[in-house]
Design a protein around this ligand. Structure first.
Ligand SMILES: [Zn+2]
Length: 104
């Protein structure tokens, strides 16, 4: 039983092609997170802490403009560093928020 509750708190790393499991509150696995510059790390944490939910799920995070911006910057930094294609859903979500804000 305790194994299942642990699994629910895990997800795979958000970096494209990386299959490491990480805790849900962490955006990427630890090896990837350690490669992220501190200013980008703090942007992700600031956006995460600013959410009203204590344990926001993935959809909640995708709905948050600040989190999407920070997350997209992290993914693009890691993708460039590793020569991978960036996973686009965070940038797509961020762009969607920008579009929404412009037309609101
Ligand atoms: Zn990773």
């Amino acid at each position: 039983m305790s194994n299942w509750s642990k699994i629910e708190r895990m997800h795979t790393c958000s970096v494209n092609g990386c299959t490491w499991a990480s805790e849900r509150r962490l955006f990427t696995c630890m090896p990837h997170w350690l490669k992220v510059p501190q200013d980008l790390q703090s942007k992700v944490w600031d956006a995460y802490r600013a959410l009203p939910q204590k344990r926001p799920d993935r959809q909640t995070l995708l709905n948050d403009p600040a989190y999407c911006q920070a997350a997209a910057a992290v993914i693009e930094h890691l993708a460039a560093a590793e020569g991978r294609a960036p996973l686009s859903e965070w940038r797509t979500a961020a762009a969607g928020h920008e579009h929404g804000a412009a037309t609101a």
